[in-house]
Write a protein of this length. Sequence first.
Length: 172
Amino acid sequence: MTREVDQGGSEEIAEASSEPFTASVRGHVDGHPMSHPQMGLRSRVSRLIGRCHTEDSLGDILHLTSEQIAAAADDLRLLRLVTSEGVHVFPAFQLDGDAIIPGLPDVLRALRTGGDAPWVWSLWLTARNPHGPVTRLADSYIDRLRDGEVDEVVREARRAAASWAAYRRGAR
């Protein structure tokens, strides 16, 4: 079975499928339907990260067991996000067909040096890059990885991680 979990706490059980789902915000927060500031942020995050796989659906695509998926996530060969309900989901953006995008593990390891924050890494990977070459401003780092720019993206990941680490230490 595949579980669809939204960030508002709802969960739906569907037939087994390798199709990803989108974690979306439904319902109310503090009695305010979709207009609450927190809902807007969650909705924007969901839009940036996009569709996600469960461990089972990702295993079907990659032909791996749940244990192998968990090990790959533990080793940062895959990006795993944990929802507020404790459910493990895997953003679909990290796949190219039935394979992990080349270079992603190197980028994830570089990003971890700035802090263990997979949701932040997801946003960094999917956001449009305002600091790239003029011809690449519209591309996200995950797009650039897909295009084979592994060394450049790893270098940018190290730079971002160093900035995050400095911020956490109080230096600006």
